[in-house]
Every structure is written in structure tokens, then in C-alpha cells.
Design a binder for this molecule. Structure first.
Ligand SMILES: C[S@@+](CC[C@H](N)C(=O)[O-])C[C@H]1O[C@@H](n2cnc3c(N)ncnc32)[C@H](O)[C@@H]1O
Length: 217
């Protein structure tokens, strides 16, 4: 991380004790801990959710539950809910559930849904839930990013906000010569799609590993 980015992160990130405990447990015990979301991205997302009174959140890619926990802390008690999707919830059950469930009112807000996220988002659309979510965080398999974005635009209400995580993919998306793997190609295609999409206003921020923020018109 550059000095500038480290300074920005230090002056942005606010983590609760529960979040710090889950981050520590993930880093200490899960071999794939490097795929954890960046804490400054969580704080920024929480700021959005809190400032516009977001209640319903889509969290695509659960892993140990760090992003789902961040959104659950930001939505209101009683009416707030976070639907988190993962093809395999074993890391969430092993690491996330024992820690997050220490705070019952936060844990109650998270509904974890196992299986291919695309199918489960399509089920929500078929169930008539389009236009009913306030915020979405896209952070699962990169090759489906464009499809996740489309589903999220449908499921969000007007004014709803989408964060697409890892949209810079360590800089590899920036040049054709470095877009050599399928994730870089897919993320670049999603970035192009979002930039040209008339359904949203958007901007790429150099926050975390790149955060593409889209606001539904
Ligand atoms: C980068 S991690 C998510 C990190 C998490 N959001 C956080 O902030 O810590 C990506 C997750 O996407 C999940 N995943 C991969 N392919 C998927 C798919 N087709 N449907 C749902 N989840 C998938 C993986 O199992 C993995 O846990």
C-alpha cells in the first residue's frame, strides 16, 4: 500500500471490537485470508448506508462474514437486514457465526444464503423483490461481475448504491498488456459497462483494491 493510501486508510477506517475480532480470527486461521474485504471500504459503505438510512442490503460473497457484519452494524435494528450469498458458507459458519452471534441483535439481521449467487439473485427478482434494496456489495467470483451488477441494478431502489469491490484488481485492469487473466478481463468489462450504463451515475475510487460506486437513477 502506498504512503498516501495508508494515510487515507488510517484516517477512514473505524472498526468495532466484533469486526476486529473477526478480522483477526480470519487472518490467524484461514489460509485464503488475503481475500478479506478492506476495512476502509467497509467504513465507507457503512457511511453511505447510515447517511441515507439504508435498510436492505445485498452482500455478494460472504467468506467469513466480514462485509456482512459491516453492513449489519450499519442498518437499523428491527427493520434492517443483510442478505449475504456464498457458494460455500463453511468459512462463515466456522469463523463468522461464533463471533458475530455474540451480538444477538446484529447477528439477527444477517440472512446467509448458500449456492450460486446469480441463481439466488434471480430468485429474488422472480419473487418480486426488484426495487426493494438500498445497498449492494459485489465481491464474489469476478467472472460474473457484470451479471451481478445487472441483477443489483434491478434489485435496488432509485437512489440505491452499489459498491463493486476489487475493481482495479491490483492495477492489472488498467492496461491491455496486464489484463492477462480472466478475472482482470471480466473486471475491466464490468468497469466499462458501469461507466457507459445509463441506469446509474458512477465513479471509480482508488479505495481498497478499487471501488466502483454506482448510484441507481
Ligand atoms: C472475496 S471473497 C468475499 C469476501 C467478503 N465479502 C469479505 O469482505 O470478507 C469471495 C467469496 O465469493 C464466493 N464465491 C465464489 N464464487 C461464487 C458464486 N458463484 N456464487 C456465490 N459465491 C461465490 C467465494 O466462496 C468467496 O467466499
Amino acid at each position: 500500500m502506498s504512503l498516501v493510501n495508508a494515510y487515507c486508510s488510517e484516517h477512514t477506517t473505524i472498526e468495532s471490537e466484533l469486526q476486529a475480532e473477526l478480522r483477526r480470527a480470519t487472518i490467524d486461521s484461514v489460509p485464503m485470508a488475503m481475500i478479506l474485504g478492506a476495512p476502509e471500504v467497509f467504513t465507507f459503505g457503512q457511511n453511505f448506508i447510515r447517511s441515507f438510512g439504508g435498510k436492505r442490503v445485498l452482500d455478494i460473497g460472504t467468506f467469513t462474514g466480514a462485509s456482512a457484519l459491516a453492513w449489519a452494524l450499519a442498518v437499523p435494528d428491527g427493520t434492517g437486514e443483510v442478505l449475504t450469498f456464498d457458494i460455500n458458507l463453511s468459512d462463515y459458519k466456522k469463523y463468522g457465526v461464533p463471533i458475530i452471534s455474540k451480538c444477538k441483535k446484529t447477528f439477527k439481521k444477517i440472512r446467509a444464503i448458500e449456492g450460486p449467487a446469480l441463481e439466488n439473485l434471480d430468485k429474488l427478482i422472480a419473487d418480486g423483490q426488484s426495487g426493494s434494496f438500498d445497498f449492494a456489495f459485489i465481491d464474489a467470483d469476478k467472472t460474473n461481475y457484470s451479471k451481478y451488477y445487472d441483477r443489483c441494478v434491478t434489485l435496488l431502489r432509485k437512489g440505491g448504491v452499489i459498491f463493486v469491490d476489487n475493481c482495479l484488481w491490483d492495477g492489472s485492469v488498467c492496461q491491455e498488456t496486464t489484463r492477462t487473466d480472466e478475472s482482470s478481463v471480466a473486471i475491466h468489462e464490468a468497469n466499462e459497462k458501469i461507466f457507459h450504463d445509463d441506469r446509474t451515475y458512477s465513479a471509480i475510487l482508488n479505495l481498497g483494491d478499487g471501488t466502483h460506486v454506482a448510484f441507481k437513477k
